[in-house]
Ligand binder design. Sequence first.
Ligand code: NAD
Length: 319
Amino acid sequence: MKKVLVGAGKINFPEEFADGLRDLAEVVYESPREESYFDELKDASAIIAGMETVNDDFLDKAPNLGIVARFGVGYDSVDVEACTKRGIHVTHTPGVLSGAVADLTWGLILSQMRGILESDGHVREGWAGRTRRLPLGYDTEGKTLGIVGMGRIGVEVAKRAQGFDVDVVYYDVYRREDLEESMGVQYMGLDELLKASDIVTIHVLLVPSTRHLIGAREFELMKEDAIIVNTSRGPVIDQAALVEALKKGQIGGAALDVFEEEPLPAGDELAKLGNTVLTSHIGSATVETRRKMAEVDAVNVRAFLEGKTPPNLVPEQRK
Ligand code: NAD
């Protein structure tokens, strides 16, 4: 019998989804942090992968593998070329998590603009009498929101923007004239967007061309009180340059769900700065969305086990 190895954990891929595959395969859960994971990997036909790095080294330990089902839409942790050369399918979970990531993006924008965390701390510390005044926040109304990467998640952020009365501008390698018409969003080059925006939010995928897309030069272009939000992948922003820009007051603040190194190392400079809001890569972490992601992975693995083409192959493997 074939074996499916789940590295994404039971919280993400609950037993009921494993049960749904057990007529076709044995399903085993192991943490990729444990040596036992690699014992199971030796004869696994399929893996449901969290953030484990799937490269040639990893694949050498998986001689029977036929499918890597990523638990997520981003697949920068998987070397697709190496998988393709070995005839291994790579699938992901596009679309089902876009709303959850867009909601978090707006949560981060509002936390940053209204000082929600600072005020929460203020209340918990005893409200410090009535004399201590927190700095005033900012309205969203009339501000310009710059979306970098108008893909599935970028579009959901733009949809939600309509309720906040912001003007939406966007930059993408593909111009979306359909959206310009239907949503009233305006296309701009990246530099122009950075100069015009009060809020810059990043939604590109991580590929060589987007690594450090935003660095020292780009922070110089931004408005002094602008905020940057990143719920895509940490390395899209040059984090050292971001820390410098925040320290120098070149930009107003940053709200980040993703980091160049995860978990963010204890004592990192970003955590010492007051003008940052930091979350622990929770973009898709809701009950409903994680369930939908598990369903997509189960469908893809089942198709593979039945000898069919999995429906959610990554773009590089689509014919
Ligand atoms: P998508 O492929 O639909 O959108 C990405 C967009 O980026 C596309 O429109 C593409 O044309 C554009 N793009 C590519 N290269 C570019 C460049 N150099 N400059 C400007 N635009 C460029 O992907 P999506 O479903 O919207 O997801 C986006 C990313 O969000 C994922 O790849 C993933 O890394 C990240 N993500 C993070 C979380 C989280 O938990 N924080 C959850 C889900 C996804």
